[in-house]
Each structure stands twice: as C-alpha cells, then as structure tokens.
Design a protein around this ligand. Structure first.
Ligand code: GGG
Length: 395
C-alpha cells in the first residue's frame, strides 16, 4: 500500500519525489551565522499534507502554492509529503488512515490538514478515525483559533468595522467531552443505553488555561482571558475547571479575567464581541464557540487554526476550521484563505515570524482589495482566482 508521496519544489524538475527526512527542531530559527550564509543552503522543512475529503484537496493545494512562493522569499525549501488518507482511504481499506499513521507523520516538522467528512460515512467514524487520534497521539493540547474582523470583510453584526473584533478561542484539544470514554449497553435494542463520559484532568485543565494566559500576555491586546464553562450544571468537571482557572489567574496579575457560562458566552459573542481577547474553553465548548467567532468575523472560510503541541515533542497540525463542505466540493469555489492563514500560523510556530506575517499580509491585501471573494463572502470568485491573487500579492 502506497499512501505517502513526498515532493519538493525544484525549479529544474518541479514536484521531484524525495525521501523522507528526520524532523528538524521545530523551534530552531534559521541560522544567520556567516558560515551558514556563505553556504546559502535553504532551510528545509518537511510538511506532511493530509488533504482529506471534499474541499480539502483544493484548499491545501492553494495553501501549498502560497507557502512555496512565500518560502522562496525567505530561503525556505518545503518538502511536502502527501498522505492520501481520509474517506477514500476508508472506502478502500476500511479505515481512515493506516494503523502506523502517527509513526509516518512523526518525522515531519508540521502537518497541514484539509478537511475530513463524507456524506456516506458517519461523522463519528471520519473524525475519530483521523483527526482526533492525531490530536491526542501527538498531545496537541492547544487548539488555537483566531477570529479577526479584517478590512474588506463585512460582519453580519451591525456597526462593527475592521479590527473591532480581534479574539482567539483557545480550545482544550485532547480530553474533555471528546475523550471517547463510554459505550453502549443493549446496543440497538429498545432498552438501549449510551454512556459518554467527559474527562477533565487537573493537569490537562491547568496546562490549557496557562497556555491561554501566556497567549494573552504575548498578544499585547486587551490582556484579558475569559474562561467558559457550564459549572452550574456540570458540577464536577467544570467546577474543577473554574477552580483551576482562579488559581492560574493568580499567577498573572497583569491579565484581567472573566468567567462565563457557555450560554452567556454565546450571547456575548454576538452582543459584545469586541470585548473578548483570549477565550479559553473545553474541547466541545471551544469547538462550538469558535464557529460562532468565525461567523461574526465574516465567514468560516477565513477561520484558521493550529493544533499545537507547545512542547515541540511532536509535530503540530494546522487546518482550516471548516469541514469538507460536500455541498460545494468539486465546484472550485471553496475559500482557500482559511487554509492559507493556517499555513501562516504554521510558519509562525516554526519560528518563521517574518515569513508568517508576509503570507498573512498577502491574504489581507486581497481581502482589503474587495474585488475577489468566494461565495461564502458574497462574491463569485473561484478558489483559483483567489489563489492567483494571493500569489500576486506575494510577488
Ligand atoms: N478542517 C478539518 C475538518 O474537517 N474539521 C471538521 C470537523 O468536524 N472538526 C471537528 C473538530 O474540530 O472537532
């Protein structure tokens, strides 16, 4: 079974296959010593690409193209290893990815994912067969989902202009309601019972909350962390979360805090989105709220995300928040910007701050231009049109 192909951009022979290399230190910055400049070797980055289902291949291919163009300006060489996992793999082999998938991904510097989900496969199979085992297996405990109202984009909320909304939802990504602990009794019988337990550990809760505070400090925006729970109803797990939030907050006297029940948070994302800076929530609540933060800033087609292992032990994964969108798959009209902005987050994680900002700026130039927009933003441009425009903005 051949499920991996690696290519690098070679000006003489484009798409030249290469052998997989070992992962470099993800936090290592490009060397600027005299000797390394004399050698003029580009920094090589091995990126695993799981294009996945539906619109996934279109948006990841667009992200790859802009990465290559941005990379050329910063002396970077990307080695893309494509893994043809997802629903087609499931139809062929009865599983979304092979049993040794994590072993195959581990040598990469980072992973770029498109989308998973197919109308003919239950969503719990596609999600639990691919994305969730990667997040858990690589301890990518911080799911970071920025939501910014960019110039040139209209919010569905009245009276909000560019920059008025600028928040990040930090979602716990390895436990909570997604822990997959439970089971069925009397399966399919009339007396059937389903039990689904949430798992909240003190360690898991503390580390994601601390990550959120650190991020609020680094962002230098409103210096505020909002914690979202439902501890009036979930009297054990979320009480532990609230208590942990209070104790971590004491370590960050420079950061202001707020605790909201998830119903109030949903209401306030619409009523006063400008008041939020960093929002930290459990796996499920973070998932739901980040869709809401995406739509109040214009479109889920702009929502980027990073699944981070902040320790750097494992590769982190970068994906647009949107799913496979079977309704528009194959039509060439998917918005590639969320995937491109996710690629920018990947560059930032790899210590390539300037390249990351350059790629992000190119996307923002096209958005601000106001001419090219895919249907999710009310336009009629294609994925290819938008990709070409971002490539031109990188020129
Ligand atoms: N972009 C990856 C994707 O397809 N996400 C869709 C999805 O169902 N995600 C669930 C989750 O993030 O928990």
């Amino acid at each position: 079974m051949k499920d991996r192909t690696c290519y690098y951009e070679n000006p003489i022979m484009p798409n030249t296959p290469v052998s997989v290399r070992r992962r470099s230190n993800p936090s290592s910055k490009p060397s600027s010593s005299k000797s390394s400049r004399r050698r003029a070797q580009p920094r090589s980055l091995s990126i695993a690409v799981i294009a996945g289902d539906g619109i996934g291949p279109d948006v990841t291919s667009a992200a790859r193209r802009v990465l290559e163009k941005a990379g050329a300006r910063f002396h970077l060489r990307f080695v893309f290893c494509e893994f043809d996992w997802g629903s087609d793999h499931y139809f062929r082999h009865g599983r979304m990815m092979p049993p040794n998938a994590l072993e195959l991904l581990a040598p990469s510097d980072a992973i770029l994912l498109g989308a998973v989900g197919h109308p003919d496969i239950p969503d719990n199979i596609t999600l639990n067969g691919l994305l969730l085992p990667i997040r858990r297996g690589f301890d990518q405990y911080a799911n970071v989902r920025p939501a910014v109202l960019y110039p040139g984009v209209t919010s569905p909320l009245a009276g909000r202009g560019p920059g008025d909304i600028d928040m990040v939802v930090v979602r716990e990504n390895t436990e909570g309601e997604y822990a997959q602990v439970g089971g069925f009794v009397h399966h399919y019988a009339p007396e059937e019972v389903a039990v689904q337990a949430s798992v909240f550990t003190r360690r898991g809760t503390e580390r994601i909350i601390r990550f959120a505070f650190d991020l609020a400090r680094r962002r230098r925006r409103k210096s505020r962390v909002t914690s979202v729970t439902k501890s009036n109803a979930q009297g054990f797990s979320m009480v532990l979360w609230d208590r942990t939030f209070q104790s971590v907050a004491n370590e960050f006297p420079d950061i202001s805090v707020e605790s909201l029940l998830v119903d109030a948070a949903a209401m306030n994302f619409v009523r006063r989105p400008e008041s939020f800076d960093v929002v930290v929530a459990s796996n499920l609540f973070g998932d739901i709220l980040s869709d809401l933060s995406a739509i109040v800033t214009g479109s889920i087609g702009l929502a980027a995300s990073a699944n981070l292992d902040p320790t750097g032990r494992f590769p982190s994964l970068f994906e647009p928040v949107h799913g496979s969108a079977p309704d528009i798959a194959g039509k060439g009209i998917a918005n590639p910007m969320a995937a491109m902005l996710s690629a920018s987050m990947m560059l930032e994680h790899l210590g390539l701050e300037e390249a990351a900002r350059t790629l992000e700026s190119a996307v923002l130039i096209v958005l601000a231009g106001g001419k090219l927009r895919t249907p999710d933003l009310g336009g009629d441009s294609t994925t290819a049109d938008v990709t070409e425009a971002v490539l031109n903005a990188l020129a």
